[in-house]
Design a protein around this ligand. Structure first.
Ligand code: PEP
Ligand code: MN
Length: 293
């Protein structure tokens, strides 16, 4: 590929005006997952579910809650990037076995599955069961993984690394866009800050990233307050704040028995809290002339 910027840096102005994602030369993209599920300024899809799918019984219960709330996008994580490897077997991802569970989910529920891919080698096995690939924060600059995933032409949720700038995230998204996969959704999930690893929170949700990313790019931006703050008690207010700040979608972790969840037991909300949050989101959305789907 030609070097379009020989001997120059890419400036903020370039970001806004010269790239496949630049806001000033492209209309806002509507990312369509299915006929009814579109990430845009009018409809705000909620991706929800447990941190990892753990087992069939758990994920079926979660799908029932999604259906009761008229939501369609399930967090169906089978491969998990865990910060420490020192946990009992129970805490590890379900891995390849999870593909069978995803297959059963598809047979039994009218939900679409968002699932994280960590290795290029797994893409082929995953592609029949996964509707939206997630590239997690830790792989945000794994360019070969982004390129290989983009080639499948399915929608991708690209999460911002907790130590990366907005410019870095936009640069990573360009790797997918130059593969002619325009179905890219950016995700803010908290940044390293003075809050990091203190008892006050794990990361800090960068609310400002929402308008900033919308200013620079034509891609939709979603927010994942669960991973940002780490405390289930704070998820409701940060979710509502994200919607108010203009998020085009939301990712929320819930679990029937959060404190006994296999991974990140402190950040998931329970079913009752989830139902209540969705009600509140719907009220706020109606004030903003948007619809939670
Ligand atoms: C996740 O969504 O399961 C996850 C690990 O998120 P992040 O990459 O944002 O840490
Ligand atoms: Mn997690």
């Amino acid at each position: 590929m030609d070097n379009k910027f020989p001997g120059k840096d890419i400036t903020s102005e370039d970001l806004k005006t010269k790239f496949p994602l630049s806001s000033s030369i492209h209309p806002k993209k509507k990312i369509k997952i299915s006929d009814n599920i579109i990430f845009d300024e009018q409809t705000v899809p909620v991706v929800a579910g447990p941190n990892g799918i753990e087992n069939k019984e758990l994920i079926f219960k979660c799908c029932e809650i999604l259906e009761k709330n008229n939501l369609k996008l399930l967090r169906g994580q089978i491969y998990k990037p865990l910060t420490f490897p020192y946990r009992s077997k129970k805490y590890f991802e379900v891995g390849d076995e999870g593909l069978k569970i995803l297959e059963e989910v598809k047979k039994n529920f009218d939900v679409l599955i968002v699932s994280e891919v960590m290795e290029i080698e797994k893409l082929d096995m995953m592609k029949d069961f996964v509707d939206v690939f997630q590239i997690g924060a830790r792989n945000m600059q794994n360019f070969p993984l982004i390129t290989a995933t983009a080639k499948l032409k399915k929608p991708i949720i690209l999460k911002r690394h907790f130590g990366c700038s907005i410019r870095d995230l936009l640069g990573a998204a360009e790797y997918a866009l130059i593969e002619k996969n325009e179905n890219i959704i950016l995700c803010e999930r908290g940044v390293a800050s003075s809050h990091t690893h203190k008892s006050t929170s794990r990361f800090m949700l960068d609310i400002q990233a929402i308008p900033a990313l919308k200013d620079y790019s034509c891609l939709p931006i979603i927010s994942d307050p669960s991973h940002a703050c780490f405390w289930h008690e704070w998820v409701e207010s940060l979710t509502l704040a994200s919607l108010a700040a203009g998020a085009n979608g939301l990712m929320i972790e819930f679990h029937p028995d959060p404190r006994n969840a296999a991974v990140d037991p402190l950040q998931a909300i329970n079913f009752e809290e989830f139902n209540f949050l969705i009600k509140k989101l719907r009220s706020l959305a109606s004030v903003l002339n948007k619809k939670i789907i």
